[in-house]
Design a protein around this ligand. Structure first.
Ligand SMILES: Cc1cc2nc3c(=O)[nH]c(=O)nc-3n(C[C@H](O)[C@H](O)[C@H](O)COP(=O)(O)O)c2cc1C
Length: 172
């Protein structure tokens, strides 16, 4: 059971959540598609609450974000690990991942993209800006090892329009 809260009330472990639990990034208002992500973060930019996600140009999700600059980011219970593995290994170009992973949509309240019904935590976001990861700016050469295909991420900065959280993400 989730309820809508103001972003300031949220209690998160920022270096654990995406890295260990992963999340589903949903993009595409007309034809929404869930993709597993583990790179990104939460913070303040331009005096607004912002969720950051990093998406490689090869992803179907990249095209969807470029066309419709809104997304939701959804954290699921541990029992959905299999669904996250599927959404992180198959492309929405050739599969209805909602159906294949047994996930349901809930209409967004502030964006045209849906949230995931099974999520314990969801953010509804509007992209304020995006920028490319540029290898000429790498100060640490080993970062290049993440890009054998030269498939450098684009960083999408999404203003948080609404947060829906279960008790687990609230102060007790
Ligand atoms: C645990 C995990 C985390 C991932 N994190 C990201 C990420 O942060 N950015 C990204 O571009 N791809 C990431 N991926 C890969 C995409 O989820 C994967 O390529 C997916 O099939 C793309 O789906 P799409 O083509 O429907 O967009 C991750 C995959 C897994 C399994």
């Amino acid at each position: 059971m989730v309820c809508r809260i103001v972003p300031e009330r949220l209690v998160l472990r920022p270096f654990h959540l995406l890295d260990q639990e992963w999340a589903l990034l949903v993009a595409g208002a007309r034809s929404p598609n869930p993709m597993t992500v583990s790179w990104g973060g939460f913070g303040t930019l331009w005096n607004r609450p912002v969720v950051t996600v990093c998406v490689r140009p090869s992803r179907f999700t990249f095209c969807l974000l470029e066309t419709e600059p809104e997304f939701t980011l959804n954290v699921l219970p541990e029992s959905y690990r299999g669904a996250l593995e599927l959404c992180g290994s198959r492309s929405g170009r050739d599969l209805d991942k909602w159906r294949a992973a047994g996930l349901e949509k809930v209409p967004g309240e502030t964006v045209a993209v849906p949230r995931v019904a099974q999520a314990e935590l969801s953010f509804e976001c509007r992209v304020l800006a995006s920028m490319n990861v540029t290898p000429t700016r790498f100060l640490e050469p080993s970062l290049e090892e993440f890009y054998p295909e030269k498939d450098y991420h684009r960083v999408f900065l999404g203003e948080v329009r609404a947060v829906f959280a279960s008790d687990r993400f609230l102060e007790h």
